[in-house]
Ligand binder design. Structure first.
Ligand code: ADP
Length: 276
């Protein structure tokens, strides 16, 4: 450890043998009663690329395989998970902590929208307060037994993703992009953050990758050719998925019925997650 060490490993560029140990010591335990086997972060470079949809589809794919599944909605200022799953009741609590709400299919969900009196209230909070809320979703919620927890991160590499990277024992992250994004740069940034924090990139998902014409069946690349495969090779990411633009997905989110979406897009990633 260097003499000038301030234990802020996320910002430190010094080569340091202790970094992995220091980062490991910063992980915080979940609430007593929560037994969470795997934690997967879902990240994106910017908002609106469908990160929450991908988080939901991943959780649904794993849940269908019979695993106890949970979603921690860390996208505190734009929480869209409860809406997609049709969860509108306020979360309850008992002596053992705050209880997550359960979807129709049995996926446990915690999100700020399940705690607000009015879901249209704007959350006008500074970064540390938001980051503190996300930590509380981990330390104050009684999750019970969970095989796979998916964390829907806010976009970018700000305060909250950093808090999640530092405090939660992530098995790895899934990066979500869309074809029109500067994918190479976004993946590079996420890869750098993940490497700095010793968290592996498990998979790359391209959302809104193509559109199948309902009339003629032609596969149209609305946002242009995908470069996902080359980028995955460059960063040695073995698992990729491409999700089409599908009006049924948008409609299901609006109606709170995302669990009714059938699709094999996540099967390869789910196979991989079963083996971690
Ligand atoms: P993010 O979490 O990245 O901000 P969301 O997952 O909330 O984005 O998605 C934004 C909107 O785009 C949602 O209203 C959703 O219904 C729609 N959407 C996302 N992915 C698709 C898709 N593949 N096909 C159709 N609509 C989609």
């Amino acid at each position: 450890m260097s003499e000038s060490c301030n234990h802020n490993c996320a910002e430190c560029k010094t080569a340091c043998d202790d970094k992995e140990k220091i980062l490991a010591a910063m992980k915080i335990p979940p609430r007593e009663g929560s037994h969470i086997k795997h934690v997967i972060g879902v990240v994106s470079g910017k908002g609106g690329v469908g990160k929450s949809v991908v988080t939901s589809l991943l959780a649904i794919a794993i849940n269908r395989r019979g695993y106890q599944t949970a979603i921690l909605d860390a996208d505190v200022t734009g929480p869209s998970i409860p809406q997609a799953f049709g969860l509108h009741d306020k979360a309850k609590s008992d002596a053992n902590g705050i209880l997550p709400e359960s979807s129709k299919g049995g996926i446990k969900v915690m999100s700020l929208n399940l705690l607000l009196d009015n879901t249209t209230d704007a959350v006008i909070w500074r970064g540390p307060m938001i980051a503190g809320t996300v930590k509380q979703f981990w330390t104050e919620v009684n999750w019970g037994d969970v095989d796979y927890m998916f964390v829907d991160m806010p976009p970018g590499t700000g305060d909250v993703p950093l808090t999640v990277f530092q405090s939660l024992p992530l098995d790895g992250v899934v990066i979500v992009t869309s074809p029109q994004q500067l994918v190479a740069m976004i993946v590079e940034k996420a890869a750098n953050m993940a490497k700095t924090m010793f968290v592996p990139i498990l998979a790359l998902v391209e959302n809104m990758s193509y559109f199948i014409c309902p009339n003629c069946g032609e596969k149209a690349k609305i946002f242009g050719e995908s470069h996902l495969d080359q980028i995955a090779v460059k960063h040695q990411i073995k698992h990729i998925a491409k999700i089409p633009i599908d009006p049924a997905i948008a409609a299901a989110c609006d109606k709170g019925r995302i669990e009714e979406i059938k699709g094999v897009w996540m099967d390869d990633i789910a196979d991989m997650l079963e083996k971690i």
